[in-house]
Design a protein around this ligand. Structure first.
Ligand code: NAD
Ligand code: DAU
Length: 352
C-alpha cells in the first residue's frame, strides 16, 4: 500500500462521504476508519464500501488513549484526517462537557499519538477538519477568511477553536506537519436529522410542525457535502497545503426561513400535496441561546491555491438531498429511533 491514512469520525455525515471518496479514488491507499459509533455514527452509511480490501473499521473512542495507541501500533499510519467530533450546537448548549472531552481532549490524544509517530515517520501529517463557527458571527457585511480572528460564541465552537489552537501549537512546538480547514454548513445524504435541512425534510414528510428558531432570519452558507470531501482530498494531496489554513465554502448564503420555504414547496410538489400546504407547518419557536447571526466564507485562497470549485448549484444539491431522504426513509427511521425521539421532544418542548 502506498499510504496508510487514519480517518476519524468516518461513520458520521461528512466522514462517510470522505471515506467513500478516498477508498474509491485511491485503491493503493489503506484507509482506516476509527469511530466510537455515538448516536451520530452509523456504519450503514458505508455499506457500499465496507468489504473493499483497502478499507478497515476499528471502534475507537478518541478520548481513550489506550485505544488510540493500539490502533496506531496496529496500522503504523502515515497521516491522519481528523473529523470525529460532537458536532451539534444545540447539544453543546445542553451538555458542553461532552464537547470538551471529544473535541478537545480527543484531539489532543490524537496529536500526542501523531507526535510519537514522527519518531519513525518524520513526514507524518495531521489534517484537522474544523468549522467556520470558530470565527464567531458576522453582521450583514464581510466574510470569514483565513486571517479572520477567532471569536467562538457557543460551547461547540469554543471546543473546535480550542482544538484548532492545539493543532497549531503542536505544529509550532513539536514541528508536527499539519493542515487545518474551516468549512461552512454542509448538507446532503446521511446527515443526522437533528440538523436544519434533514430535520425539516423528515418533519415535512411526517406532516409535523417545523420549528424555526427566532424569526428564521439567521444566515448560513451551505455547501454540498461531496464538495467538502473533494476539497479535503485536494488540500490533503497538494504540496502547497502544509502548515496552511483553508476556509471552505460555496458562496451560497441563505436565510433559514427561505430554505424552509424552498423545502416545503419542493416537497409539496414531490409528494403531490397542494402547493402551500407544508408551509402551514412552520412554527416560530424560542431562539437558540447565543444564536450566531450569519456565517459566510470567502474561499478565494482555496480556489487560487488548490483550484477547487463547488460542483453543484444549491437547487441541484437540495433536490438530490430531498430525493435521497425520500428514498431512504428506513435509514431515517433507524437513526432516529430510541434516544433521539426523547432528545427531540425535550428540545422542542423547551422552545414552544
Ligand atoms: P457527525 O456528528 O455527523 O459525525 C461525527 C462522527 O464522530 C460520528 O460518526 C461519531 O460517532 C464520531 N465520534 C463522536 N465522538 C467520538 C469519539 N469520542 N471518538 C470517536 N468518534 C467519535 O459530524 P459531521 O457533521 O460529519 O462533522 C464532521 C466534522 O466536520 C466535525 O469535526 C465538525 O466539527 C466538522 N464540520 C462539520 C460541518 C457540518 O456542517 N456538519 C461543517 C464544518 C465542519
Ligand atoms: O457552520 C458550520 C457548522 O454548521 C458545523 O460546524 C456544525 O457542526 C453544524 O451543525 C452546523 O451548525 P449550525 O448550528 O449552523 O447548523 P444547524 O443545522 O443546527 O442549524 C442551522 C440553522 O438553522 C441555525 O441558524 C439554527 C437554525 N435551526 C436549526 C434547527 C435544528 C432552526 O431554525 N430550527 C431547527 O430545528
Amino acid at each position: 500500500m502506498k499510504k496508510t491514512i487514519i480517518i476519524t469520525g468516518g461513520a458520521g455525515f461528512i466522514g462517510s462521504h470522505l471515506i467513500r471518496r478516498m477508498v474509491n479514488q485511491y485503491p493503493d491507499y489503506l484507509i482506516i476508519n476509527i469511530d466510537a459509533l455515538t448516536y451520530a455514527g452509523n456504519l450503514e452509511n458505508l455499506k457500499d464500501i465496507e468489504n473493499l480490501p483497502n478499507y478497515h473499521f476499528r471502534k475507537v473512542d478518541i478520548t481513550n488513549w489506550q485505544q488510540i495507541k493500539d490502533v496506531f501500533i496496529e496500522f503504523n499510519p502515515d497521516s491522519i484526517i481528523h473529523l470525529a467530533a460532537e458536532s451539534h450546537v444545540d447539544r453543546s448548549i445542553e451538555n458542553p462537557m461532552a464537547f470538551v472531552m471529544t473535541n478537545v481532549v480527543g484531539t489532543v490524544n490524537l496529536l500526542n499519538a501523531a507526535v510519537q509517530q514522527l519518531k519513525t515517520k518524520p513526514d507524518f501529517l495531521f489534517y484537522h477538519v474544523s468549522t467556520d463557527e470558530v470565527f464567531g458571527s458576522l453582521d450583514d457585511g464581510g466574510y470569514f477568511h483565513e486571517k479572520t480572528p477567532y471569536d467562538p460564541k457557543s460551547p461547540y465552537s469554543a471546543s473546535k477553536a480550542s482544538s484548532d489552537h492545539f493543532v497549531r501549537a503542536y505544529g509550532n512546538t513539536y514541528q508536527l506537519p499539519f493542515i487545518i480547514s474551516n468549512c461552512s454548513n454542509n448538507y446532503g445524504p446521511y446527515q443526522f436529522p437533528e440538523k436544519l435541512i434533514p430535520l425539516m425534510i423528515y418533519r415535512i414528510l411526517k406532516n409535523e410542525s417545523l420549528p424555526v428558531y427566532g424569526k428564521g432570519e439567521n444566515i448560513r452558507d451551505w455547501l454540498w457535502v461531496e464538495d467538502h470531501a473533494a476539497a479535503i482530498d485536494l488540500i490533503f494531496h497538494s504540496p502547497k497545503s502544509l502548515g496552511q489554513t483553508f476556509t471552505i465554502g460555496g458562496k451560497n448564503e441563505w436565510k433559514n426561513i427561505d430554505i424552509v420555504y424552498l423545502l416545503c414547496d419542493s416537497m409539496d410538489q414531490k409528494l403531490n400535496r397542494p402547493q402551500g400546504s407544508s408551509r402551514q407547518l412552520i412554527t416560530f419557536v424560542k431562539d437558540r441561546a447565543g444564536h450566531d447571526l450569519r456565517y459566510a466564507i470567502d474561499p478565494t485562497h482555496l480556489e487560487n491555491t488548490i483550484g477547487w470549485k463547488p460542483s453543484l448549484t444549491f437547487e441541484e444539491g437540495l433536490n438530490k438531498t430531498i430525493d435521497w431522504y425520500l428514498q431512504n426513509q428506513e435509514w431515517v427511521n433507524r437513526v432516529t429511533s430510541g434516544e433521539y425521539q426523547k432528545y427531540f421532544e425535550k428540545q422542542y418542548q423547551g422552545r414552544v
